[in-house]
Design a protein around this ligand. Structure first.
Ligand code: KG4
Ligand code: ZN
Length: 330
């Protein structure tokens, strides 16, 4: 059984976690940077990189303390090596390289998207390949067929904004603060989802992709018209996102060979309305629905440690010359 230390620093969460290959989470340390970025209404890459540099080593120490371990007990060191804000990615990857070099343990350079994609298997031992994955985060909106570790077929992606980006921009337009997704969801809980007429971009289109930019522009126009309550716009926006995701998902599922499980991952998977829609969809199609717990949906170190465990088991390790990648499609 292998014990993996996993580091995450690709956006505004600094995290270090220790996971054992039997799915035991031995430690899970995380520091958000919301306070650093709130005044700017979004993540500032340079500020994020500096914060990661300050926080990473103390978090590694905190994770080792929590697990009651030293570096000697660790079998391999995994870190997000991309895609993401490159200054932050470099902090985690360089820290992992230094630890790997000092301890003579293998380095595993993890694709952040693979971290999200495999995270449901950390909490569900019965989830086997292949499965259908809706990956919805701040930077991505993709539908993937996950065939195995390192083996993905991309069925659909967004042609403009990522879905989390649409939530964040909507929150900014509505003055709901940062981070946007949870703020929009909270406001939507007190709103009427049919109060504001909003478009459903690409609904019914004869292609598999997603689009959210038009929705965000419509939110801006609705807000500027002064006709609607913020809560009603938030609820109507969230409903439009749910409708678009359902339509696009149905399009692809109707055209591929049946898969036994539908899995959702990424920060937006924390959204209750989206989870409910997906659970109902899976139920109707006779698919099992797997959603990680909320803390595992948003960025964290455990998903990187777990992806490291899966890659180590498959014999996939990386050299100390691995270069951090700002872009890295699955
Ligand atoms: O996966 P993640 O933590 O970071 C990236 O890799 O992008 O995802 C962050 C995104 C943000 O856009 C955030 O607003 C969104 O996930 N998010 C949500 C919710 N919680 C986080 N979106 C909608 N509803 C939520 N409850
Ligand atoms: Zn992420």
């Amino acid at each position: 059984m292998a014990i993996i230390l996993g580091l995450e620093s690709s956006c505004d969460e600094t995290a270090a976690a220790i996971v054992r290959s039997d799915r035991t989470i031995l430690a899970h340390a995380l520091a958000g940077q919301e306070d650093h970025h709130r005044a700017f209404g979004g993540v500032v890459p340079e500020i994020a990189a500096r914060a990661h540099a300050e926080l990473m080593t103390p978090l590694v120490e905190a994770a080792l303390d929590e697990a009651g371990m030293t570096l000697d007990d660790i079998d391999a060191i995994a870190a997000t090596a991309g895609p993401g804000l490159i200054g932050g990615v470099m902090v985690g990857l360089v820290t992992a390289k230094a630890l790997a070099m000092a301890t003579d343990k293998p380095l595993i350079a993890v694709n952040h998207l693979e971290g999200h994609a495999l995270s449901p298997r950390l909490v569900d031992a019965d989830l086997s390949f292949p499965y259908l994955l809706l990956l919805v985060s701040g930077g991505h909106c993709q539908l993937l067929r996950v065939n195995g570790v390192g083996e993905y077929d991309r069925l659909a992606t967004t042609i403009d904004d990522a879905v989390g980006e649409a939530f964040d921009k909507t929150a900014k337009i509505l003055g709901l603060g940062f981070p946007g997704g949870p703020a929009v969801e909270r406001a939507a809980a007190n709103g009427n989802a049919s109060a504001v007429p909003l478009p459903r971009p690409l609904k019914g289109a004869d292609e598999p992709h997603f689009s959210f930019a038009g929705l965000k522009s419509a939110v801006l126009r609705a807000h500027e018209s002064g006709q609607y309550r913020v809560e009603d716009i938030a609820a109507s926006f969230q409903q439009a996102v749910v409708d678009c995701l359902l339509d696009r998902l149905s399009y692809s599922v109707d055209r591929i060979e049946p898969l036994s499980a539908l899995v959702v991952a990424g920060g937006v998977a924390a959204n209750g309305a989206i989870r409910t829609m997906l659970a109902d969809f899976a139920d109707e199609r006779g698919m099992r629905f797997v959603a990680p717990p909320l803390w595992l949906c948003t960025d964290n170190g455990a998903m990187i440690a777990w992806a490291g465990a899966e890659r180590l088991a498959a014999g996939m390790t990386d050299g100390l010359d691995f270069v951090a990648r700002p872009r890295w499609p699955l």
